[in-house]
Design a protein around this ligand. Structure first.
Ligand code: C2E
Ligand code: MG
Ligand code: MG
Ligand code: MG
Length: 280
């Protein structure tokens, strides 16, 4: 009997691996054509200043709608894009699209808005990344302080290499965020040696902040530590007023989450900005 179930398990495992590999291949094939077919889109999620509850920035988030696969989450396709190298042209597209959008906003009389852009590890370490940003800044009326680049802890593993790139980015005048903070590389010493403007506390810590003592103390510890290092904090994934209350009580600088707004297309964000600007 044990033998039997063992074999069944093996076959099940085998089959599911096949299906997985096939699905992955399909995604990879479609991903190769996606830029030419114009299947990507950027949506924007407001990031609020928690001391005023006003929109401070927006985060640009990629969306992919494919005719046969439907809409595929970036959590699913970004890692595949990373592995295949497709992240380089896709990342270029994200940068150009975000810059173009910022230019439109700058020309349309809205109060200056700034955009946070997710950068993948391959993009970050690609030769020419700094030049690319510098060139985009030259070609557009986007001011460097309107930009924040979100990188993750794992990208700072090679601390000297990361330091070098971040140094050049800071010289251009842009802001740097550490995304998904708390989920990756555990050494905290890198924080003091890198020029970081923001830490984004991962939503997995915010989720139960009002019901789980451990999550609450971890989040508060991150806040206290960042404050003492002079780094601002952004909380991700705020969904309830209770979560917001705790974060405000502990002087978290900024926050984003479904409580305020989901990521929305430009047209919808423009409506939100127009409503906000009434009060400027
Ligand atoms: P991230 O950078 O940590 O982005 C935040 C994610 O949390 C987004 O998921 C956002 O929709 C989601 N989120 C925001 N507020 C809430 C909330 O209150 N509750 C919950 N449950 N979720 C919330 P999304 O858009 O699916 O993106 C997933 C990840 O994909 C991003 O995580 C980022 O790592 C990556 N990604 C997205 N766009 C890009 C891009 O243009 N380039 C690169 N390299 N990566 C990207
Ligand atoms: Mg992000
Ligand atoms: Mg994040
Ligand atoms: Mg996250």
């Amino acid at each position: 009997q044990a033998k039997n179930s063992g074999r069944n398990q093996f076959e099940f495992y085998n089959k599911s691996l096949d299906t997985q590999a096939l699905e992955r291949l399909k995604i990879e094939n479609e991903l190769r054509k996606a830029l030419d077919k114009n299947e990507f889109n950027l949506v924007y999620q407001p990031i609020l200043d928690l001391s005023t509850n006003r929109i401070a920035d927006v985060e640009a988030l990629i969306r992919w709608e494919n005719d046969t696969l439907g809409s595929i989450s970036p959590m699913h396709f970004i890692p595949i894009a990373e592995e295949t190298g497709l992240i380089i042209p896709i990342g270029d597209w994200v940068l150009r699209t975000a810059f173009k959008q910022l230019e439109l906003w700058n020309n349309s009389g809205y109060p200056p808005i700034s955009v946070a852009i997710n950068i993948s590890i391959r993009q970050f370490y690609q030769a020419g990344f700094i030049n690319q940003i510098q060139q985009l800044l030259q070609e557009t009326n986007v001011q460097p302080d309107q930009l924040t680049f979100e990188i993750t802890e794992s990208m700072t593993m090679d601390i000297e290499a990361a330091k070098e790139i971040l140094y050049h980015l800071k010289k251009l005048g842009v802001n740097i965020s550490i995304d998904d903070f708390g989920t990756g590389y555990s050494s905290l010493s890198y924080l003091k040696s890198l020029p970081i403007d923001y830490l984004k506390i991962d939503k997995s810590f915010i989720n139960d902040i009002n019901t789980n003592k451990d999550d609450k103390s971890i989040a508060i510890t991150m806040l206290t530590m960042a404050q003492s290092l002079g780094i601002n904090v952004i909380a991700e994934g705020i969904e309830t007023n209770e979560q917001l209350g705790i974060l405000q009580q502990h002087l978290c600088n900024k926050g984003q989450g479904f409580l305020f707004s989901k990521p929305v297309p430009v047209e919808e964000l423009n409506k939100i900005l127009e409503m906000e600007s009434v009060y400027f």
